[in-house]
Design a protein around this ligand. Structure first.
Ligand code: PLP
Length: 397
């Protein structure tokens, strides 16, 4: 809910107007005005040369589409590449392709066998690395593992590397300096497409339209959803460059993929209104002006014995909870279950703080407030969270 809950009337009016003008038209072989306008907007907001847009209805479809686009792109150029590389613990969606890309084991196992040949590399969790390791050494260590994985897979078989600029699952893992430049270089060296999954980080979460700009990722593909409509409508997109689309424009080729509701006129009208509100209300400027204050306010919680790490960027932060702050020892599965689901989630919700207590990795509380928030909301967040975390600490003893 990037822009918050207060724009229902205005966005509802845009949707109603679109309902009167054209409630539906297919985006297959044809196009309609709102989808064209929205594609134009996205092309202007996306970093670098990304200017081609394929609309879908949400994040999973966007990831699914990116993998299929990458596969057919290589095939159209006479190469057979199908594998994908993603990161451990990362969440990328729920459909079979996107699920296979996920690095969250318990979400995957009930549905095996999955789409084959996804390889997972380490994420950028630095909290549990040796304390003497420098940031530079950490980056080199991660890139070395990625390179070994590519070589082991057979570089000529790898279609795509897909990563979030800041990984959500596991708790707001930001990239160490030089990381994405190294990932880009490895992809270039081996002819692999780089997809930035910006389903969460897109549309201001990190203070830019796309976090790829902030971290200079220079991806070949971006997937986005959620913030594209501030969740007022079900719409997502894959954004690519002319270079990627070019093989599809030759002969009678086409991207053999399409979704009936992709770029639905009403959803496109909602997304356009959302972007208009973003600009008018100076939403990105608000995040940039306040992100340091948000971090500093959250840092007040760092002294609590149960809080081990505070990490994130923009309006996207996580507090990692630990049993022992000195040794960074984490909780057992049972303790974590009791702490997060048995206590924290319910208490925070009851006291009016909507945030996520998650243990797909080590237990974290994740905060991603609406991008209109300011100091008053930060204080409220920290007040509630501080009280509940202090009680949680006492419970654990
Ligand atoms: N990719 C990322 C990074 C996500 O966080 C999510 C959902 O949380 C998805 C993809 C899947 O999006 P959706 O739930 O809209 O299918």
């Amino acid at each position: 809910m990037q822009i918050g809950y207060s724009f229902g009337d205005e966005i509802g009016e845009a949707a109603a107007e679109q309902m009167r003008e054209l409630p539906f038209y297919t985006n297959w072989s044809y196009a309609h005005p709102r989808a064209l306008e929205l594609a134009g907007e996205l092309a202007s907001l996306a970093p670098g040369d990304l200017n081609r847009v394929f609309f879908v209805s949400g994040g999973s479809e966007a990831v699914e589409t990116a993998w299929k686009l990458a596969r057919q792109y290589h095939a159209a150029r006479g190469e057979r590449r199908w594998k994908a590389i993603s990161r451990r613990l990362a969440y990328h969606g729920t459909t079979m392709g996107a699920l296979s890309i996920n690095g969250v084991t318990p979400l995957r196992t009930p549905f095996e066998p999955l789409v084959p040949d996804v390889l997972h590399v380490r994420n950028t969790n630095r909290y549990h690395r040796p304390p003497e390791e420098s940031e530079e050494q950490f980056t080199a260590f991660l890139l070395d593992e990625l390179e070994q994985t590519i070589l082991h897979a057979g570089p000529e078989t790898v279609a795509m590397v897909i990563m979030e600029p800041v990984q959500n699952s596991g708790g707001a893992f930001t990239p160490p300096a030089g990381y994405f430049q190294g990932v880009r270089a490895l992809c270039d060296e081996h002819g692999i497409l780089l997809c930035a999954d910006e389903v969460i980080t897109g549309f201001g979460r990190i203070g830019d339209w796309f976090a790829s700009s902030r971290y200079d990722i220079r991806p070949d593909l971006i997937t986005c959803a959620k913030g594209l409509s501030s969740a007022y409508g079900a719409i997502g997109a894959v954004v690519a460059s002319d270079r990627l689309v070019e093989p599809f424009l030759q002969d009678k080729r086409a991207f053999m993929h399409g979704i009936t509701f992709g770029g639905h006129p009403v959803m496109a009208a909602i997304a356009l209104k959302n972007i208009e509100i973003f600009k008018r209300e100076r939403i990105l400027e608000n995040v940039r002006a306040n992100e340091d204050a948000f971090r500093d306010t959250l840092a007040q919680l760092a002294d609590l014995p149960i809080v081990g790490d505070l990490r994130g960027a923009g309006y996207f932060w996580a507090l990692e909870l630990v049993k022992d702050k000195e040794t960074r020892e984490t909780f057992t599965d049972e303790e974590s279950e009791d702490l997060l689901r048995g206590f924290l989630s319910a208490q925070l919700f009851e006291r009016g703080l909507i945030c996520r207590a998650d243990d797909r990795g080590d237990p974290v509380v994740q905060l991603s407030p609406p991008l209109i928030a300011g100091q008053q909301e930060f204080d409220e967040i920290v007040g509630t969270l501080g009280a509940v975390l202090a009680e949680a600490g006492e419970r654990i003893g």
